[in-house]
Design a protein around this ligand. Structure first.
Ligand code: NIG
Ligand code: FE
Length: 421
């Protein structure tokens, strides 16, 4: 069953399969004009530009279905490599407290924050959580995101962490888009373990992790390695145990301070280090070292939604790019620090607040974001052999226009594996 997509005025992200871009390469945009794609079994099997009438006729004769994309522009579906979308409720009360001057850390120290979300999630049924999370997946799809990473971390008990990961498993089974799961049992210390942190780490490693492995519930492991949360030693201990079981790491690092999180990520060959609001030369040197090693490097992932919503610094991505590093962007969609579902808004924030050029940020939300999940051979670019995940937009010059006309949804039709969703 071959599907022909034709009449595409401009197709962006026509990179070679497996591409991700570092430093100045992030400025180099690959496009096709007057493009077409032939899709079979969800994969692009042929593509090109400016076909003659005869070529169109041939293509049509060799396809079973023809989809006219009406002269619109096409972008690869966005890859959101960092979300926490299985949560029970918003935290409106903390929003109000922060507006009146309280900081994120003060709220967390007083039992709010992640612990507040955990209390609410523990009380909610798996079915209700599933219903809520699936609405968020639908919302993200409608905003052009076709690959989503989802973390646990609002459970903090064996039962509740596993409940979240089972919800993610159901989402994977029921949605056509690519969903990847991350076990973040080490997100915060529950109040009852305040004076017995090792006791909680033992629970994560000896009780949660075996179930996660037995039920194949996680593609990666994460730790909130930061001031007031997990120390670098505690993080190392958890990542070492995960590595023994072949679970790759993606960690929360350097959101609240210069804590050594980035260095720890590189030391443990993490696939990504996310947040990075506090990064100086040593962090950049560590990331550079990662990309010189044969494990493939630790992708820096910036989360400008968090900086915007919490009023904290933005990750110094110009220094990253200027030092030849790649950068990815994600929403961090969660109820505490970044209640944003739309990569389009993240793209705009990256341009206005972090001074990324629109083209650089486009790569940060497509091929580089795919690399943060080591999925760059499957999603994030439109090339032969890649999944036919893409959307059309009526915005002309979309890579410039989407971050410019911020705050609106530029997505027209979304396709996952060549099927309309
Ligand atoms: O990525 N920083 C740690 N975790 C989440 C926020 C958690 C919360 O406040 O609910 C984040 O920002
Ligand atoms: Fe996060």
């Amino acid at each position: 069953m071959k599907k022909l997509f034709y009449n595409i005025s401009k197709l962006y992200g026509a990179n070679e399969r497996g591409t991700f871009k570092k430093g100045h390469e992030m400025q180099q945009l690959n496009t096709l004009e007057n493009a077409w794609m032939l899709v079979e079994n969800g994969t692009i099997i042929q593509m090109g530009q400016c076909p003659s009438e005869k070529e169109i006729e041939d293509l049509i004769n060799h396809s079973n279905e023809w989809i006219d994309l009406e002269g619109l522009e096409v972008l690869p579906g966005f890859v959101d490599s960092h979300t926490h979308i299985v949560f029970a409720a918003p935290r409106h009360e903390e929003f109000a407290m922060r507006i009146q001057g309280a900081t994120y850390e003060e709220i967390a120290e007083n039992g709010g924050g992640i612990l507040n979300s955990a209390k609410k999630l523990q009380a909610m049924s798996e079915n209700d959580l599933y219903e809520q999370a699936s609405k968020r997946v639908i919302l993200m799809l409608a905003h052009g995101t076709t690959t989503i990473e989802i973390k646990s971390g609002y459970g903090l008990t064996v039962e509740a962490e596993i409940k979240i990961l089972r919800v993610v498993k159901r989402l994977k089974e029921n949605f056509k888009c690519t969903i990847k799961s991350t076990f973040l049992g080490a997100h915060a210390f529950p109040a009852e373990f305040k004076n017995n942190q090792q006791g909680y780490i033992d629970l994560v490693l000896n009780e949660m992790l075996p179930i996660v492995i037995a039920e194949k519930l996680a593609d990666h492991i994460d730790v909130f390695c930061d001031k007031g949360f997990f120390s670098v030693e505690q993080t190392s201990l958890i990542l070492e145990e995960a590595a023994k079981r072949d679970i790759p790491a993606k960690i929360h690092a350097n959101e609240l301070g210069l804590t050594g999180g980035v260095q720890t990520a590189v030391e443990h060959q993490a696939w990504s280090a996310d947040h990075l609001e506090h990064c100086e030369e040593n962090e950049i040197a560590a990331l550079q070292k990662g990309f010189s090693q044969n494990y493939g490097g630790t992708m820096p992932v910036a989360l400008p939604g968090t900086s915007y919503f919490l009023g904290i610094p933005y990750a110094p991505i110009r220094n990253f790019i200027g030092n030849g590093l790649p950068v990815a962007l994600a929403t961090d969609f969660n109820p505490g620090s970044s209640p944003i579902c739309s990569i389009q808004t993240i793209w705009a924030l990256a341009c206005t607040q972090m001074k990324m050029m629109p083209v650089e940020a486009f790569h940060a939300v497509t091929c580089n974001a795919a690399r943060a999940l080591r999925l760059e051979n499957e999603v994030g670019s439109l090339a032969v052999g890649m999944r036919a995940d893409f959307f059309t937009t009526k915005t002309v010059d979309a890579v410039k226009g989407i971050p410019y006309f911020f705050g609106q949804n530029h997505v027209d039709r979304v396709f996952v594996g060549g099927d309309r969703v």
